[in-house]
Write a protein that binds this ligand. Structure first.
Ligand SMILES: *Cc1c(COP(=O)(O)O)cnc(C)c1O
Length: 395
């Protein structure tokens, strides 16, 4: 009985934002309101739709402007960007890489592509990202520092990197995590796939680690259809990223000479044309998404038993996906609310199934993951499109 009434209150609070009409409401739909047709047409007219052409370089320049990164290398998707970044960070077969269990599959898969093992770490309530305090206590017991590197005491494998992820656009506590990297001798590679437009201490996410990555998949804040980018301030790493993602072809007027086994990961020009147009509207998308977040916050302000995730202190979040977090004890309501929303034509989603529960990753090393396990049972992602923001602002 009691749960039923809480559920109805939550449902009404969501409908107050999404509107109570009968048209289905998407979780996150792309928004094409600018020069997309014009840019893609220019690309088609130029005949350069594939791995050469003006738009890829232009897109990279604009990414640098928006993020403050010195270098951006555009690739086919965010997972490929992360694979590339991990290889350049020095991840080798047989290594372990610390990754949150509460993340999209791409984070863990990119580690596996390197022949390395994902080592799963816990998240915290405040940011939904890696918990630096808990990780610090865990590392003190679980790893041995030899020379300037750390090794897992249980497996003997080297800890080669840490990949924090800015969950749903909310920045993690980067300072503390970077400090751990220094103390234990591993680089930080930021999975900023969800956080284009999010800032930590006034600086763009994805620019703190040795390397960072972005994604421009169809559900992200801007899209290139499929796409991603590697960010770094290091010119040598940027050069290496470019080489590694373009089949390691040695520049020559006509000969096909490749100096290592590498990848065909370069972003096609036609995708970059779309990306150039989308970036022109990034600031507009960000303000619309902030409207959506404010609308959810207002709508849930008097509702007990749950909260809307807010940007962490000292951070600016892009509010990519607004998240309803149920209080502990209300786990049973998650699926009931998801079902009720589905019936009402409102697309909402649970968090990802935790990585350590997926068949290929069940036997991987891990710390205590109780907070991530609890969060997974209590998280619902709510409709958050920029198009919804326009409606909210008009009403
Ligand atoms: C979207 C996303 C990626 C990359 O996804 P692609 O579909 O490969 O672009 C990586 N990590 C996280 C956390 C993501 O949300």
């Amino acid at each position: 009985m009691k749960t039923d009434s809480v559920l109805n209150v939550a449902l009404e609070a969501i409908r107050a934002v999404t509107g109570s009409g009968s048209a289905p409401v998407a979780l996150h739909e792309p928004c094409f309101v600018g020069n997309e047709w014009e840019m893609v047409k220019r690309c088609l007219d130029s005949g350069w739709v594939s791995s050469a052409g003006e738009f890829v370089g232009e897109f990279e320049r604009r990414l640098c402007q928006h993020t403050g990164a010195r270098h951006a290398v555009a690739v086919v998707n965010g997972t490929a960007a992360l694979h590339t970044a991990l290889l350049l960070a020095g991840v080798m077969p047989g290594d372990e890489v610390l990754v949150p269990t509460l993340t999209f599959i791409g984070t863990a898969n990119a580690v596996a592509y390197c022949g390395a093992t994902p080592h799963f770490v816990d998240s915290e309530e405040e940011t939904l990202g890696v918990d630096p305090d808990k990780l610090s206590a865990y590392l003190a017991a679980a790893v041995e520092v030899r020379g300037r590197q750390s090794y897992n005491r249980a497996t003997g494998r080297r800890i080669a990197a840490l990949v924090p992820m800015h969950t749903f656009g909310h920045p993690v506590r980067l300072r503390e995590l970077l400090d751990l990297g220094v103390r234990y001798g591993f680089p930080v590679v930021e999975d900023a796939a969800e956080s284009l437009g999010s800032y930590y201490e006034g600086r763009h996410t994805g620019t703190f680690g040795k390397l960072g990555i972005l994604s421009f998949n169809g559900n992200k804040i801007i899209t290139t259809g499929g796409g991603g980018a590697v960010l770094t301030d290091d010119p040598d790493l940027a050069q290496a990223a470019r080489h590694l993602t373009t089949t390691a072809r040695v520049p020559h007027a006509w000969s096909f000479i490749h100096d290592r086994v590498a990848f065909n990961y370069r972003m096609p020009n036609i995708n970059a044309a779309l990306g150039c147009a989308q970036l022109e509207y990034l600031d507009d998308f960000l303000s619309r998404k902030r409207h959506v977040a404010q609308a959810y916050l207002a709508s849930f302000s008097g509702v007990n038993g749950m909260r809307i995730q807010v940007e962490p202190k000292g951070c600016v979040s892009n509010y990519w996906l607004n998240t309803l977090v149920l209080d502990r004890g209300l786990e049973a309501m998650r699926d009931a609310l998801l079902a009720a929303l589905g019936e009402a034509g409102i697309m909402a989603r649970p968090a990802w199934t935790l990585m350590h529960r997926l068949p290929m990753y069940t036997s991987m090393p891990r710390m205590d993951l109780s907070t991530a396990e609890s969060l997974e049972a209590r998280i619902i992602s709510l409709p958050s499109s920029a198009t919804l923001g326009a409606k909210v602002a008009d009403s």
